[in-house]
Design a protein around this ligand. Structure first.
Ligand code: NAD
Ligand code: COI
Length: 334
């Protein structure tokens, strides 16, 4: 049995070597390149592929895999919004993900972003760089004075709620499905509109679907409190960049913490030398602001997460190849 992996980074290699040692019967090939029509042939001879990328999985890449008899794809991450399920159906492919590699990694990132915005740390850092060691005007706000609206109470949202409660914030939550524990705590409110009306801080922890793309748009922002903070560690396409900029310009939005951005692949993953060199004017506009904290889709990026991403994705791919159905299965025609 051979598994071929795409987009393998140096930091993943120790975990990959450990998996290989534990599974000597499996031949593993890999490349640091992502899965594209140009690289799809590299998997020749494999029965399954393991991948991770934020760019779309093109139909042509899947067609070339299919021509090589490869029907099993295992992503090393949670979100599978960059697949078109019609393509998977057409080629009768099975897809698995790693649904819970470390919710804490992403939840911590979101909660730290909130804290840094509340204490105006980017402004404090800039003052420090200028040798200004005075207090004013960077007076902060405390978590315990904030109502935080958590949208999405799945694996990540629930850990974020625990952490926020630890800091003393009042949490309200919205989800299309109710979690028993969150329900027991009485945190759910009925509608997004109510959450927008009540929340001082809003943090997004939902998958991107065809129903919720650009859910944070002009209309949604107009329903929010003046001076709201918006955090997005889920998917960039949940927020309209243009609406966000308008909200920041008008001070309706006091600040934003963004680990993901619409059109993030225009800038993330590359070294630009300086913000001044960003080629996407809309993203540059957002990135330049001192009340915006922007990170390059690295909320997931912890040692624990990487270990689990490799182990679970390769185990899932091996299961798929052996005809077993792993509990990480995301798509199968049958
Ligand atoms: P999850 O599936 O455990 O939870 C998602 C929750 O969202 C579920 O409870 C679901 O009912 C709810 N939901 C779905 N659509 C909704 C909608 N339209 N409105 C309200 N609630 C809705 O997923 P998770 O592990 O918590 O991850 C959430 C998302 O975070 C992932 O889908 C992924 O896009 C993103 N993510 C980002 C990073 C990162 O590094 N920034 C890492 C992992 C995951
Ligand atoms: C996910 O796991 O869904 C992420 O967003 C992480 C990223 C490496 C794709």
């Amino acid at each position: 049995m051979k598994i071929f992996a795409y987009g393998i980074r140096e930091d993943e290699k120790p975990s990959l070597e450990n998996w290989q040692k534990a599974n000597p019967e499996v031949e593993v090939g890999y490349t640091d390149q992502t899965l594209t029509p140009e690289t799809a042939k590299l998997a020749d001879g494999a029965s399954g592929v393991v991948t991770l990328q934020t760019t779309p999985y093109e139909r042509e890449s899947l067609r070339i895999l299919n021509d090589q008899g490869i029907k099993n794809i295992s992503i090393r991450n949670v979100g599978y919004d960059n697949f078109n399920f019609d393509d998977l159906k057409e080629f009768d492919m099975k897809l698995s993900n790693v649904p819970v590699y470390s919710p804490n990694a992403i939840a911590e990132h979101a909660v730290l972003m909130i804290g840094r915005l509340l204490r105006r740390i980017p402004e404090v850092d800039q003052k420090f760089d200028n040798g200004d060691f005075t207090w004013a005007p960077t007076i902060g706000k405390e978590y315990r004075e904030q109502t935080v609206g958590v949208i999405g109470t799945g694996h990540i949202g629930r850990v974020a709620i625990q952490m926020l409660q630890g800091f003393g914030a009042k949490v309200i939550a919205y989800d299309v499905y109710h979690n028993e524990d969150i329900e027991k705590q009485g945190l759910y409110i009925d509608t997004l509109d109510e959450l927008y009306q009540q929340a001082d801080v809003i943090t997004l922890h939902v998958p991107l679907t065809s129903d919720n793309a650009y859910m944070i748009n002009d209309d949604a922002i107009s329903k929010m409190k003046d001076g709201v903070y918006i955090i997005n560690c889920a998917r960039g396409e949940l927020i309209s960049n243009e609406a966000l900029i308008k909200g920041l310009d008008s001070h309706k939005i006091a600040g934003a913490g963004l680990d993901v951005l619409d059109h993030e692949n225009n800038v993330f993953g590359k070294k630009w030398g300086s913000i001044d060199n960003l080629p996407d004017p809309t993203i540059k506009n957002i990135a330049e602001r001192l009340n915006v904290i922007l990170t390059p889709h690295n909320a997931f990026y912890t040692e624990t997460a990487i270990r689990n991403m490799i182990e679970v994705s390769f185990n899932s791919n091996k299961d798929l190849i052996e005809g077993k159905i792993p509990d990480t299965l995301v798509f199968s025609k049958k």
